[in-house]
Structure formats: structure tokens, C-alpha cells
Design a protein around this ligand. Structure first.
Ligand code: NAD
Length: 292
């Protein structure tokens, strides 16, 4: 049984990105920049944003977090995004979700220049992903595919995969990327009946429901690969996954832990997307980002 060490794979990605940015710096060129917009003071969001800032700094990428007050209006936010869209020093714009209730999330995501949409949430980028065109892929799904690649799961022809969860940011896009890599994909969700039976048929299980220890050992086919996306905090503040790790690892051929699995990959992919957007902005490539 192999533990899929997301922290280690993410570090390898970041080391490569750091090297590229060092070369850019040595050549005296403009440094890539990620701007994060945080509206309000959601504690989890504040932690995520700090982690993103630190990750950028560690690889020499420029970063700025614009912290806006909780009462920020839709118009104020759209005006700011417009300014960032037109700022040639900015390669990536990320609006940290969730946004306060007075703000229309979809309208905000759609206002971001698709070439700076390093989260891959703009409908144009989502659409390109659906038709397998090179684009900025959403970070968590892209990271999951990289984790699969790290254990030799590249061409998924003949493999059966199940994705538990159908959100726009994880479940649906990861299912699409698995499909694009030739897996036969089932998407299960809170209204699916008999998930355990569907799960037992799967060679690859992606758990992204946000329900602690939802996936039990007897749901898992012997030798399946299990990726745990869930990050739920228990009462003690401990990060818990969707998979009953200790029991499932006895049946899986490879499994990702929480923490230290998908989380670090998500940030690494964000940095990679920002660098790819930079390369596109500097005229190196037509599309902002690329496929996995
Ligand atoms: P979400 O709440 O938007 O979606 C959850 C999905 O799970 C829904 O589609 C729902 O139908 C399904 N679901 C809920 N309960 C279920 C059940 N009992 N059985 C089957 N399906 C069920 O959440 P999300 O944004 O997709 O995130 C999912 C989890 O992944 C959360 O724990 C989140 O914190 C985590 N997450 C982690 C990262 C990371 O980088 N590690 C990134 C994004 C999300």
C-alpha cells in the first residue's frame, strides 16, 4: 500500500516553479503576480489566504492580498476586479470564496478576465475544460489528477472511477478530468442511493463530500486507489477527511491522507496556474493555462 504524499508532490512542483521564477528574475523580467481578494473576515478564508501568500513568497512570486470590509458592495467589488483586469502587472486574480451574502458569486467570477482566472471558475474556462481545450483548470481537481499521475495512473482507460460530491469546484470538474483521461466515471452525491455498492465497483475513489469518515473499508474494492478531498474540522479543530483512513488503507493500493494530501496540491496548482497565466501574458502561449 502506498501513501500518496501530496505535501511531497506539491513541494516538487513548487521547487520547479521557484527555479523558473529565479530564471525570470535573473533575466530582469517582470515577476509574476497573484492578487487575492478577501471580502470580510471568515476565519477559514483568512487562514487559506495566509497560506496562499506564504506559498507565493516561498517561490519568489509577487503577491498581494486586498482585504475588503464585510459590507463591501457588489459594485465596489466589480470595480476592483475591473481595475485588476486592466493592470498589466497582475497575472492571477483570485476572489476567496465564500463571499458575503450581498455579493453575487457567479457575477463576480464572471467579471474576472478569463486569462487571469487562476482558479479556473470562469464559465469560459469551465466550458473549455468540458471540451478538452487547453485552459486554466481548477486547482483542486488538477491537483488530484497530478496525484494519480504520481502513482502511474495517467491513461485511465478501462478504469472505473467514482466521485462522491458534485460541487462546481471539486466534484464536477474532477469527474470531467477523469473522463478526459478515459476513465469510466460515476458521480455520486447526497441524493444517490446505494453509494457503497457503486463505490465497491470503482478502481479509483475520489471522496469530496465534506462528511467525516463517510467512506468505509467495506465500500472499497481490494487494490483501489483512494483520494480524500474532504477537509472538515472536528470540535477540537482537527482536520478530518471523508475517508476512514486507518481501515481503508488496509484495502487500498494507494491512498491520500488528510492533512498532507489534496490540500497542499491545491495551492501548488494555484501557483502553477499563475505562472502559466504569466507566460501567456508575456506572449509565450495563447491560452492562460494548460491541461493536466
Ligand atoms: P460542497 O458542500 O459544495 O459539496 C459537497 C458535495 O458532497 C455535494 O455535491 C453533496 O451532494 C455531496 N454530499 C454531501 N453529503 C453526502 C453524502 N452523505 N453522501 C454523498 N454525497 C454527499 O463541498 P465542496 O466545496 O465540493 O468540498 C467538499 C469537501 O472537500 C469539503 O470537505 C471541503 O472542505 C473539501 N475541499 C478541500 C479542498 C482542498 O484543497 N483540500 C478544496 C476544496 C474542497
Amino acid at each position: 500500500m502506498q501513501i500518496i504524499d501530496g505535501k511531497k508532490i506539491a513541494q516538487e512542483v513548487k521547487d520547479q516553479l521557484k527555479e523558473t521564477i529565479e530564471q525570470i528574475t535573473m533575466q530582469g523580467k517582470r515577476i509574476p503576480q497573484l492578487v487575492v481578494v478577501l471580502v470580510g473576515e471568515n476565519p477559514a478564508s483568512m487562514t487559506y489566504v495566509r497560506n496562499k501568500e506564504r506559498a507565493c513568497e516561498a517561490i519568489g512570486m509577487k503577491t498581494k492580498t486586498l482585504r475588503l470590509k464585510e459590507e463591501t458592495t457588489q459594485e465596489e467589488l466589480l470595480t476592483l476586479i475591473d481595475q485588476l483586469n486592466h493592470d498589466p502587472s497582475v497575472d492571477g486574480i483570485l476572489v476567496q470564496l465564500p463571499v458575503p451574502a450581498q455579493i453575487n458569486e457567479q457575477q463576480v467570477l464572471q467579471a474576472i478576465d478569463p486569462s487571469k482566472d487562476v482558479d479556473g471558475f470562469h464559465p469560459l474556462n469551465v466550458g473549455k475544460m468540458m471540451i478538452n481545450e487547453a485552459t486554466c483548470l481548477p486547482c483542486t481537481p488538477k491537483g488530484i489528477l497530478r496525484m494519480l499521475q504520481s502513482i502511474g495512473y495517467e491513461d485511465l482507460s478501462g478504469k472505473r472511477a467514482i466521485v462522491i460530491g458534485r460541487s462546481n469546484i471539486v466534484g464536477k470538474p474532477v469527474a470531467q478530468l477523469l473522463l478526459a483521461n478515459h476513465a469510466t466515471v460515476t458521480i455520486a452525491h447526497s441524493r444517490t442511493k446505494g453509494i457503497e455498492n457503486l463505490c465497491r465497483e470503482a478502481d479509483i475513489v475520489i471522496a469530496a463530500a465534506g462528511v467525516v469518515k463517510l467512506v468505509k473499508a467495506d465500500w472499497i474494492k481490494e487494490g483501489a486507489v483512494v483520494i480524500d478531498v474532504g477537509t472538515t474540522r472536528d470540535e477540537q479543530g482537527k482536520l478530518c477527511g471523508d475517508v476512514d483512513f486507518e481501515a481503508v488503507k488496509e484495502k487500498a493500493s494507494a491512498i491520500s491522507p488528510v492533512p498532507g494530501g489534496v490540500g497542499p496540491m491545491t495551492i501548488a496548482m494555484l501557483l502553477e496556474n499563475t505562472l502559466q497565466a504569466y507566460i501567456a501574458h508575456e506572449g509565450g502561449r495563447e491560452n492562460g493555462c494548460t491541461t493536466v
